[in-house]
Design a protein around this ligand. Structure first.
Ligand code: NDP
Length: 510
């Protein structure tokens, strides 16, 4: 190899190269499909098993068989096993992160957060074991009620490719703590790191508590969502797929938790100081993950008086962003993971240009962009507020910035879409910003920040309108894996409910 040749991507270790199914204790030998490197799609980095509906059925049966014994343990016992499993996963996090760089294409710092979610989520939920087992007792006259939260049964976990480990463990950890075995369907574009971690988790827990069936969404995913022995489905992904999952689950009266897309607006008010801090926060909020995070800033509404200085600041900073393969040191804008993502970005940018918008594609190129799924970070201005780039979820590093006349217009535009995951309001006057935030339709509205990690763990996570159903994180997730179970006792032997007198007395035995 010549001195100028780019370094090859770090190879995925042999043990992680095939995402195999795990059904109870079995690891069946299934046909496989390839996984490619987004920085060079001709390079195959691994393969995933093509699980069928029959494999899904076997996995759900394994979970159902494991359910009674897993549910019979106390939450404290399950938490102890989860903590021990987290200790076994810790040494694998660095390898899983490297695998994520290869299959998702994400930069190492973001891959480390994603992979660290495995042991991190097990620990985050294990500490909630007292809440999971909590029973409330109420006495109302002669009636005593004990309210418990019983595990629903086998839980299906279906997750997207953008943060596969973090999202899947965020869904399965509360299920495990509350007593529900799980069946996970990893995403076909990024199955390797997640499946590797799930096998390690399955090894650390009783047989059948953790099962995994890689495969294609319409086959394995659909079969899992509609399986009659699945009692709850945790799904994260796009709106259309979410609707398909909900329809499949409805056929068996199964509850769903849907975390769907976002089109998060950032509202920069007239009284915001457009300084380096604000510009940096907006750029990080919009371009982390190359714009492929549900909670990225996806559109900015800025007061007309602040527009030009904000656009100048954003453009200058975005120009400095290093764009290249995630394996290159210092890269911030890595390739998109899928071909569909690149096509969507190209169509939206072409359409914005045709609509007369000003489009500044920039970034600083690092390494070879010729073969990969690269989209350069782009700022789009002078765009009609009803353009598709504004109203759809672009899921790429292309950011529209729109001038508005006042708070009312900013709020109306922010609330205009069918999305409502998160949003942010930016102002020097916190009371003003909080008053505006209260009127924005979203599950979470940040003030003067907009990044993952900004909300504490106890904040329920999820969206309004078509951004989803239900909420995740903390005790909200625990309740989503359980059903209220009431024991109602008549506790006064000397009295009874009115109405018994009209029933005949039984004959007394002589
Ligand atoms: P998809 O909806 O295409 O896929 C999500 C998961 O569903 C994948 O595992 C996929 O499998 C599976 N799937 C596909 N078809 C079916 C089906 N018919 N039945 C059951 N499962 C199916 O989403 P993407 O992978 O493209 O992810 C991007 C989307 O996810 C974006 O819209 C983004 O906003 C959203 N997202 C939302 C988050 C949130 O918390 N609200 C967080 C992260 C992403 P396969 O990969 O094999 O096709």
């Amino acid at each position: 190899m010549s001195a100028e040749a780019p370094a090859p991507p770090a190879p995925v270790p042999a043990a992680w190269r095939t995402a195999r199914a795990r059904i109870g204790a079995n690891v069946p030998d299934l046909p496989c499909a390839p996984v490619d490197d987004p920085a060079d799609p001709d390079t195959v980095v691994g393969e995933y098993a093509l699980g069928s509906a029959a494999d899904v059925d076997a996995a759900v049966r394994a979970a159902a068989a494991a359910f009674p014994a897993w549910a019979a343990r106390s939450a404290a016992e399950r938490a102890g096993l989860m903590l021990a499993a987290a200790d076994r996963l810790d040494p694998l996090v660095a390898t899983a992160a490297a695998v994520l760089v290869a299959e998702v294409g994400k930069v190492p710092a973001e891959a480390a957060v994603d992979a660290g979610g495995a042991s991190g989520m097990l620990r985050r939920y294990a500490v909630l074991h007292e809440t999971a087992d909590e029973a409330t007792v109420a006495q109302d006259g002669s009636v005593r009620t004990i309210l418990r939260h019983r595990p629903v049964g086998p839980v299906a976990v279906i997750m997207p490719w953008n943060s596969p480990v973090y999202l899947a463990f965020g869904a399965l950890a509360p299920a495990l703590l509350t007593g529900c075995p799980v069946v996970v369907k990893p995403p076909e574009d990024a199955p390797l790191a997640l499946t590797g971690m799930l096998h390690a988790l399955a090894d650390a827990l009783p047989v059948g508590v953790v099962n995994v069936v890689p495969g294609r969404g319409p086959e394995a995913g659909q079969a899992l969502a509609g399986h009659p022995q699945v009692r709850a489905v945790f799904f994260t992904g796009g709106i259309e797929t979410g609707a398909q999952v909900a329809r499949a689950a409805a056929a068996t009266i199964t509850q769903v938790m849907l975390e769907l897309g976002g089109n998060d607006p950032a509202l920069v008010l007239e009284d915001a100081t457009v300084g380096p801090q604000l510009v940096r926060e907006l750029v990080a909020g919009a371009f982390t993950g190359s714009g492929q995070i549900c909670q990225n800033i996806k559109r900015i509404y800025v007061h007309r008086r602040r527009h030009d200085e904000l656009v100048a600041g954003l453009t200058a900073l975005v120009e400095q962003l290093p764009v290249g393969p995630a394996s290159e040191p210092g890269v911030l804008i890595a390739p998109l993971t899928t071909d569909a993502g690149v096509r969507r970005a190209e169509q939206l940018v072409a359409s914005a240009r045709a609509a007369g918008a000003r489009v500044v594609e920039s970034g600083t190129v690092v390494g070879d962009l010729r073969r990969g799924r690269f989209v350069r970070p782009t700022i789009v201005t002078e765009l009609p507020p009803d353009h598709p780039l504004v109203l759809v979820e672009q899921f790429c590093p292309v950011l529209p910035v729109i001038a508005v006349d006042d708070d009312e217009q900013a709020i109306a535009e922010a609330n205009r879409t069918e999305f409502g995951l998160a949003a942010s309001v930016w102002s020097d006057d916190v009371a003003h910003a909080e008053a505006v935030a209260a009127r924005v339709e979203a599950g979470t509205v940040f003030v003067n920040v907009h990044r993952l990690g900004a909300s504490i763990e106890a904040v329920p996570y999820g969206g309004v309108k078509r951004s989803g159903i239900g909420r995740n994180h903390s005790t909200w997730s625990l309740r989503a894996c359980t059903e209220p179970h009431a024991t109602v006792t008549w506790s006064d032997a000397a009295s009874t409910l009115p109405g018994l007198a009209r029933w005949p007395q039984p004959e007394r035995a002589s």
